[in-house]
Design a protein around this ligand. Structure first.
Ligand SMILES: *Cc1c(COP(=O)(O)O)cnc(C)c1O
Length: 490
């Protein structure tokens, strides 16, 4: 599989690159992103893999993609799923007849980012060692990418990580996961501002030649672990396919029956993985996108408008989706409308803070997607209702999916909800939901209360966080990021 660029080629970079080049240097011409030049048709593959368990499916799929990574490296990367709870990468839980939850949070940092970052980190570090090069990985996080990036790269050879998080924009558990992570190759910095500020700062560093030259002096190259990196997306296709095949295996559907996939979305990497699976022939009726009150994706998918001028970022109780500039939408625009149009739309976004799709373009988008959003109140009511009525505990991001299940499902088809985080990462909100109060609880207190009242399990990793030493204490203005990182490299 070769990779091309969403905004076309600038005649300086190579016209197409290998997978390893695309993941080592993810920024493409004109600020675009790398995308597969073509996708295989997998209809036969899906049928042949009806009996493949997760790791086998993952390996077979990566072989189909024909990427320039040695099979033994891929195998070892995929073996990291053995460390997930009970060695099961992502269990599919039936909540009611037509509602299934794809629990993507059983990895070491309790959010779905591990599904991709665990194997991605291994692949990237192996590549760097093979090339005998040193890489600085920049990660901007709204709370879950950070811990998962640090966890996967901790003490790996030839890699250093600088992780930026919006100070005050994450839960206690998320913050503690980052600031207590020790590893000589890790640097964690809080930024004054919100996630969009943090991600913008990261993007400008990634495309800054001056910054790259500074790093070069120390023999360090630059890469990123956000879902702008296709190395993450490739691992995010697998679990959607796995969920479908599980439903077939459990006789919930027959092969060929369509399902809905519901995805709580921010940067749109998870949804993009589902889109590619569908495009390669997985029987999916539609991918239903959910958001919190930062509902710019709902506007795009229902009205064809992406208008940052009309929005200000709101802090919600599903902070991993407190995002307005959603990076991976660009890959969908490219896939549907080509590089010229994508470049035009992205230029509109840069200069006017908005773009608008034509009616035809909107219709094309709506063939694959529909979208809705919900507010915090809805989320809390949903968390309580599902625990009371179905004995199912979900986190606030997952709760937004129930809105799509209730509102957007048009036929009597089964729905698979992507559950992106364990409730333990957002326990104060869950406590508010279950107790029916609005007080600001600490994470420790909320975890204890919920564990006692509802006899649920808290993983040792989460319990242990509150006793770990804080290692990273730096909090800075975004203008100071560059200097901070340079001095870490030295
Ligand atoms: C990252 C994240 C999301 C958003 O996923 P995208 O792939 O960026 O759309 C949703 N929920 C949780 C808990 C997350 O960590």
């Amino acid at each position: 599989m070769q990779f091309i660029e969403t905004r076309g080629n600038d005649n300086i970079r190579e016209k197409e690159v290998t997978f390893s080049k695309a993941i080592l240097n993810p920024m493409a011409s004109f600020g675009g992103l790398y995308v597969p030049k073509e996708l295989p048709d997998l209809i036969e593959f899906y049928k042949e893999n009806l009996d493949s368990e997760y790791k086998e499916l993952a390996f077979n799929l990566l072989k189909e993609f024909d990427i320039d990574i040695e099979y033994n490296v891929l195998k070892e990367a995929i073996d990291l799923y053995d460390n997930f709870d009970n060695g099961v990468a992502c269990p599919i839980v039936k909540v009611k007849d037509d509602l299934f939850i794809n629990e993507l949070y059983h990895g070491p940092t309790r959010a779905f980012k591990d599904m991709a970052l665990q194997p991605f980190g291994y692949v990237l570090s192996s590549l760097a060692q093979k090339l005998n090069e040193n890489y600085l990985i920049l990660a901007a996080t709204s709370g879950d990418t950070g811990p998962a990036t640090l966890e996967t790269f901790k003490n790996r050879a030839n890699i250093k990580v600088a992780c930026l998080y919006p100070d005050g924009g994450t839960s206690d558990v998320q913050r503690l996961q980052m600031v207590s992570e020790d590893g000589k190759n890790l640097k964690v910095v809080g930024i004054v501002g919100n996630f969009d500020d943090t991600q913008n700062a990261l993007k400008s560093l990634l495309s800054s030649d001056e910054f790259k030259d500074e790093l070069k002096k120390d023999n360090v190259k630059l890469s990123a672990s956000n879902s702008v990196n296709f190395g993450r997306i490739i691992f995010q296709i697998i679990y959607h396919i796995h969920a479908y095949l599980e439903l077939v295996r459990k006789s919930e559907i027959k092969y060929g029956d369509e399902i809905y996939i519901i995805v709580p979305s921010g940067n749109f990497g998870n949804a993009l993985g589902a889109y590619y699976a569908k495009k390669m022939g997985l029987p999916v009726k539609k991918i239903l996108i959910t958001s919190n009150e930062n509902n710019i994706l709902t506007d795009l998918i229902t009205k064809g408008e992406y208008d940052l001028n009309s929005k200000t970022l709101i802090k919600t109780s599903s902070p991993a989706m407190d995002i307005l500039k959603s990076s991976n939408v660009e890959r969908i625009l490219f896939d549907k409308f080509g590089s010229e149009r994508t470049k035009e739309l992205m230029n509109d976004l840069n200069s006017n803070n908005s773009y608008k799709l034509s009616d035809n373009e909107l219709n094309s988008l709506r063939e694959d997607f529909d979208a809705t959003f919900s507010d915090d109140e809805y989320g809390k009511n949903t968390i309580k209702y599902y625990l009371d009525k179905y004995d199912y505990m979900m986190d606030p991001h997952t709760a937004t999916c129930i809105k799509a299940y209730e509102k957007l499902k048009e036929d009597n088809l089964k729905c698979v909800v992507c559950s992106t985080a364990e409730w333990t990462k957002f326990s104060p909100v869950v406590m508010n939901a279950l107790k029916g109060d609005n007080e600001k609880h600490r994470d420790v207190e909320a975890l204890e209360y919920i564990q006692k009242e509802f006899s649920v399990k808290i993983p040792n990793m989460v319990k242990g966080l509150f006793h770990k030493k804080i290692i990273h204490k730096t909090i800075i203005e975004k203008e100071k990021i560059k200097d901070e990182i340079i001095s870490f490299i030295k």
